[in-house]
Design a protein around this ligand. Structure first.
Ligand SMILES: [Fe+2]
Length: 321
């Protein structure tokens, strides 16, 4: 669905901005029930462009120091403009020919099943608002800097992109398995547990994953590089995740990851470390095997809590399968 929301700014000639905390265009789209939208580029204000520029400028040296090589190659591939908020259409000109992935503008929160299903279609739901320029560091919800600068560079890598598609397939299989359960209470319990497992795995890998540094390029003996987008888009936490002696860095293992709860509103005290991307792809394969074997059906309770919207999105898929 493309947007039918009017793009006219209230004050002619002065863009009202697409700021996370105030974006009338987004509010209108949401109230009209429009999830997939066009990116109304002319609405970005000078402040939005300035915020993007400052975010990118200050994090670049930290990317050089802490990010993994494939991410840095992806940043080069995308040719992100330092001065202007990116257009998704420009991003996609560089991205789609490499892996088939596209940044797909959305008006806000995408229910969990729809999010995973987009990945299956090689579409990445992309927030188009920019955080407020007065709070560069802290943002409880995603913005375009997190989604485009944090996530999309990794989508230029063929094997990583293929792994993302698998998450969409896992969601489909989890829904289909739950759809075969007659008893409603049991169906919801099993589905909720599977959803937790998928969310935790996604969180501790795609969003907050660390990778063992390769010999010869180590920041320090035993140090890590970052491949998780939540870290790559956080000026403070990218350094904290690698340098802080208070962070627990555990070897990544599927059964530990899917049973580990997490909270989103503070720096992560516990992160999982993969050896290399081959290790990650093995873990994704292992998750698939465990899901099919029913080993995600009764996971440790706790965060993330499964909200009504996300559960409904999976239940709808389960009952349609
Ligand atoms: Fe994210």
């Amino acid at each position: 669905m493309t947007s039918t929301v009017p793009k006219t700014a209230p004050t002619a000639g002065v863009p009202v901005g697409l700021t996370t905390t105030r974006a009338p265009f987004i509010e209108l789209a949401q109230s009209a029930g429009e999830l997939y939208i066009d990116q109304p580029y002319e609405l970005y204000s000078d402040e939005n462009h300035d915020t993007w520029s400052r975010l990118l400028e200050r994090i670049r040296p930290r990317w050089e120091r802490y990010a993994n090589r494939k991410f840095l190659e992806g940043v080069d591939t995308l040719q992100l403009d330092m001065r202007r908020v990116p257009r998704c259409s420009d991003i996609n000109r560089f991205l789609e020919p490499r892996t088939g992935f596209k940044a797909k503008p959305v008006s806000g929160y995408v229910p969990a099943y729809k999010f995973f299903d987009c990945l299956k279609q090689r579409e990445f739901p992309t927030t188009i608002t920019v955080r407020d320029g007065s709070s560069l560091d802290y943002l409880p919800e995603p913005d375009i800097f997190h989604d485009v600068a944090g996530h999309v560079p990794m989508h230029t890598d063929r094997a990583f992109a293929d792994a993302l598609v698998k998450f969409g397939e896992f969601a489909e299989r989890a829904a289909r398995r739950a759809g075969e359960i007659r008893d409603e209470k049991e169906r919801i319990q099993v589905l909720t547990s599977n959803m937790k497992g998928l969310a935790r795995f996604f969180w501790f890998t795609v969003e907050f994953g660390l990778m063992r540094d390769r010999p010869g390029t180590a920041i320090a003996p035993g140090a890590c590089r970052v491949y998780g987008s939540g870290l790559l888009s956080s000026y403070g936490e990218i350094a904290h995740s690698v340098e802080s002696p208070t962070v627990q860095r555990f070897p990544a293992q599927t059964e530990w990851i899917i049973n580990q709860y997490f909270e989103i509103h503070h720096y992560q005290p516990l992160l999982f470390v993969i050896e290399d991307f081959e290790h990650l792809f093995y873990l994704v394969h292992d998750l698939e095997r465990k899901l099919d074997a029913g080993l995600l059906d009764n996971l440790q309770p706790g965060e993330p809590e499964v909200n009504e919207v996300d559960l409904k999105s999976f239940l709808d898929a389960a009952l349609a399968s």
